[in-house]
Design a protein. Structure first.
Length: 382
């Protein structure tokens, strides 16, 4: 009887262990299946990406020599594979038939060429300009690269870190992006500049970027600018351009309202905020919805003795502050004007995600190229 009871007890002790073991095996098997599916999908996506890269460089090759086209194609593929900006790792990831030192030297001979960045930009714009249609959006945005501990890189400047609100060694960036009506994004210009290497002022860099894009794009697009470009020189240039635009204003900027020059923060108090709109913003890999009250009114702005009729769109975040958007819109109805300005300016959050992505996933600020021409070319590749 005692032996029989011991067997029963042993069985009841072992059974839960066996059951847990089977459950664990099932979970491991399920995880293995999912891993194999992910690997298969990764191969498919990799093949799709390779096809896109091949088609792009086939068109870009018309503007470069064969050695230059090969260099750019291999470096781009190497960046995607290695996820880094370090040239040695980029060269190692393409598995060239020659030694690693000779591959990096071959890359270096091309990306260090004076004017190579300009050649890349012209070729890129000729390749992608067919994607730009009437009514699309071109967004201009400034950023920075921090090189806190670097000392030997050419053209190091004192720049403001937008994330930390502090100053340190680094470079300034001027970015231009194209957004279509489906919110698809295409980088157009990614230009690094330094006041130690020929840049005269941030205003002139903005004006040059606008002129560069305008000289190639012949479509009726709407340009979008952040409030960092709300300075008299830039503001007058943008408004005098006669094209459609959306410019975020600082609260002290003055506009003509009912015959008087008044700061926008005072004008906004007279505008009824009758429309409710919701925006989705990404913060620390989480998306959240933010509600806004919106309104608009017609105003005027005077440059060189000429008055321009424009719209002032005002948005106010619930339990938050105001945002003032000055726009020359292709829309005529006030509802359409507000919706377009609100939606189009919201593209700027995608630019913030883009900057975060290349700095975190590809470690852009780890770049280690000594020459300024090389830095220009490498930044274009991103």
């Amino acid at each position: 009887m005692n032996s029989y009871m011991s067997i029963i007890i042993d069985d009841f002790i072992v059974f839960p262990v066996r059951k847990a073991g089977l459950k664990m095996l099932f979970l491991l098997f399920k995880q293995k299946i999912q891993t194999l599916k992910n690997q298969l999908m990764s191969k498919v996506l990799t093949k799709q990406l390779q096809n896109k890269v091949s088609r792009y460089f086939l068109q870009l090759g018309n503007h470069l020599s064969k050695p230059e086209s090969r260099c750019v194609r291999e470096m781009t593929t190497g960046i995607l594979k290695s996820g880094t900006v370090l040239v040695n790792k980029i060269a190692g990831s393409i598995h060239d038939t020659i030694s690693l030192s000779r591959t990096t030297k071959r890359f270096r001979n091309h990306y260090n060429k004076p004017g190579f960045f300009r050649k890349l930009f012209r070729g890129h714009m000729s390749t992608v300009k067919t994607r730009i249609c009437h009514g699309d959006y071109i967004l201009f945005d400034g950023s920075d690269i921090q090189k806190r501990y670097a000392r030997m890189m050419e053209g190091l400047d004192i720049v403001k870190d937008g994330d930390q609100s502090s100053y340190g060694y680094g470079y300034w960036l001027m970015d231009v992006f194209h957004f279509n009506k489906n919110q698809g994004m295409t980088p157009l210009l990614n230009k690094l500049y330094s006041f130690d290497c020929g840049a005269k002022s941030e205003n002139l860099e903005v004006l040059e970027a606008i002129s560069e894009v305008d000289s190639i794009i012949d479509k009726n697009v709407t340009k979008i600018f952040d409030r960092g470009m709300d300075r008299p020189i830039c503001r007058d240039f943008i408004i005098d351009g006669e094209g459609h635009f959306i410019l975020r204003l600082k609260k002290t900027t003055k506009l003509i309202y009912k015959g008087e020059e008044i700061a926008v923060n005072k004008i906004s108090k007279k505008i009824p905020l009758f429309m409710d709109l919701v925006a989705t913003k990404a913060s620390k890999n989480k998306k959240r919805k933010v509600a806004f009250k919106c309104g608009a009114i017609k105003v005027k702005y005077k440059t060189k003795g000429k008055e321009h009729e424009l719209w002032l769109v005002v948005t106010k975040k619930e339990s938050g502050g105001y945002c003032w958007l000055l726009t020359r819109s292709p829309k005529e109805n006030i509802i359409d004007v507000i919706k377009e300005a609100f939606t189009a300016y919201g593209f700027r959050w995608k630019i913030e995600e883009y900057h975060r992505h290349i700095k975190q996933c590809y470690r852009l600020e780890d770049i280690q190229i000594k020459t300024f021409d090389g830095l220009l070319s490498m930044c274009w590749l991103y």
